[in-house]
Design a binder for this molecule. Structure first.
Ligand code: CP
Ligand code: NVA
Length: 308
């Protein structure tokens, strides 16, 4: 049998793994794929392909969007978690990668340390996607940037304000600012600053969250306590008290500023109910776009560039 032609092996482990030109391509594909989905038109480029989804942390959106997305592209998705698989009983990551990547065409992993993901990818024969680690959440920012562009056009040269924890989502916004060349204003409480090595020339830190939000075209935040840090919850609630995105903060941003949150959200903590449920919030569109952008990503990783 003649060998199958495959695109070169690519992984999506952090946002900087794709170039700006590749993102632009993905956004064109996303629009096309989303449009087809909205018209109930079948598009099955990944028929007979299988996605393995490995979860070491909980999820609603990531699981649903990958599983539904793979199904809609004609393929199948298999859910594995640490509790029910040998992964939770100490099987080496490299061994798991060897086996899983011989049975499946694509792997999505949500885990703790980025190093686990990197090691898995290092032994995988098929593309590996980061479904969230302690360090990064690239699929989220892929959807967020797409959502911004859908509403406001190019993000280049715009100002995004990040209010809150210097977590995996913040680290990914930092990479995105470098890729798309927008300004990222960051305000975190004392003691929760971004690690200095993550800084780039697109970011500026502000002690006062109101100053960070000033003039921004997008204000975004996330939970005060990320998965894996639950023991710090009570302390964080006190430390982050002044880092709530509320109506007053949205007023210091531009009049047409959008509000985003990766979800799940805690109304009354990182965001007021008035803001997340208000007219500037695009959180539901943002969540929906996880589906469409990830379908474009899976298509790209498995088939390379295709014509729209
Ligand atoms: N935003 C996000 O990744 O949500 P889940 O934790 O529900 O997957
Ligand atoms: N920063 C959050 C994002 C959840 C989607 C967490 O890691 O729990």
């Amino acid at each position: 049998m003649a060998p199958v032609k495959k695109p070169p092996l690519r992984h999506y482990l952090q946002f900087s793994d794709l170039s700006r030109a590749e993102y632009e391509y993905l956004f064109v594909r996303t629009r096309w794929i989303k449009d087809k989905f909205k018209r109930y038109q079948r598009y099955w480029p990944l028929e007979d392909r299988t996605l393995a989804m490995i979860f070491e942390k909980q999820s609603t959106r990531t699981r649903l969007s990958f599983e539904a997305g793979m199904h809609q592209l004609g393929g199948a998705a298999i859910f594995l978690n640490t509790r029910d698989s040998q992964l939770g009983r100490g099987e080496p990551v490299e061994d798991a990668a060897q086996v899983i990547s011989r049975m499946c065409d694509l792997v999505m992993i949500r885990t703790f340390e980025q190093e686990i993901l990197d090691r898995f990818a290092g032994s995988s024969r098929v593309p590996v996607i980061n479904g969230l680690t302690n360090e990064y959440h690239p699929c989220q920012i892929l959807a967020d940037v797409y959502t911004f562009i859908e509403h406001r056009g190019s993000i280049k040269g715009k100002t995004v304000a990040w209010i809150g924890d210097s977590n995996n989502v913040c680290n990914t916004w930092l990479q995105a600012a470098g890729v798309f060349d927008f300004k990222l204003n960051i305000s975190t409480p004392p003691g929760y600053e971004i690690e200095p090595e993550r800084r780039n020339s697109n970011c500026e830190s502000f002690a006062d969250p109101m100053q960070a939000a000033k003039g921004a075209q997008l204000v975004t935040t996330d939970v005060w306590t990320s998965m894996g840090f639950e023991a710090e919850n009570e302390e964080r609630k006190k430390d982050f008290e002044d880092w709530q995105v509320d109506a007053e903060m949205m007023k210091t941003a531009r009049k047409d500023a959008l509000f985003m949150h990766c979800l799940p959200a805690h109304r009354g903590e990182e965001v007021s109910a008035g803001v997340i449920d208000g007219g500037q919030s695009v959180v539901w569109e943002e969540a929906e776009n996880r589906l469409h952008t990830q379908k474009a990503l899976m298509e790209f990783l498995l088939l390379g560039k295709v014509k729209s």
